[in-house]
Design a protein around this ligand. Structure first.
Ligand code: GAR
Length: 186
């Protein structure tokens, strides 16, 4: 059984979709670790509900990104992690994690990359007035929301309610993340 680490900074609805997929057997893997850089983030409660161990840290307690990434990578080594899934982890992955887990890290982004990278993709696309939104899952490299694209799905929407749009995009994310993890782990 493959062992996943899921990184998140906020609500963790994608974390929950992955954890639920593993629990129900839809994904033949186990979420072995939840990594979170924000004390109090809702994802921590979700992880506890599933009985999944959490590694919660404050980047400010470390001198450099390399130092906190070393701590994360050491823990992932100890947990025998096969695949790292970023799910709303709002930091660029640095050299330490890329050197030790490069090629095994994927990210989900709520837009059709390379359009609308960054932290506010849905709002940016909505304000731009696009008619076809979407979701991208890609390999992680040193660039912001860059890296080879693994899968995408389009979400057509011509309405004017950003909350409705966000809900549609999140539903598409949850489905695509489960399908994509399954393809990767074979
Ligand atoms: C998701 O929409 C994810 O695609 C996005 O953060 C959200 C986290 O939601 N990630 C990015 O924007 C990365 N640039 P969640 O905490 O409910 O899974």
């Amino acid at each position: 059984m493959k062992r996943l680490a899921v990184f998140a900074s906020g609500s963790g609805s994608n974390f929950e979709a992955i954890a639920e997929g593993c629990k129900s057997g839809v994904i033949a893997a186990e979420v072995a670790l939840c990594v979170c850089d924000k004390a109090g983030a809702y994802v921590i409660q979700r992880a506890e509900k599933f009985g999944i161990p959490t590694l919660v840290f404050n980047p400010k307690d470390f001198g450099t990104k390399r130092e906190f990434e070393k701590m994360i990578a050491n823990r992932m080594d100890a947990e025998n992690i096969d695949l790292v899934c970023l799910a709303g982890y709002m930091r660029i992955i640095g050299d330490e994690l890329l050197e030790r887990y490069g090629g095994k890290i994927i990210n989900i982004h709520p837009a059709l990359l390379p359009a609308f990278p960054g932290a506010h993709a849905i709002k940016d696309a909505f304000e731009y007035g696009v008619k076809v939104y979407g979701v991208t899952i890609h390999e992680v490299d040193a660039t912001l929301d860059g890296g080879k694209i693994i899968s995408q799905v389009a979400v057509p929407y011509e309405g004017d309610d950003i909350d409705e749009l966000e809900a549609m995009i999140h539903r598409a994310e949850h489905k695509l993340y489960v399908e994509t993890i399954n393809k990767i782990i074979g």
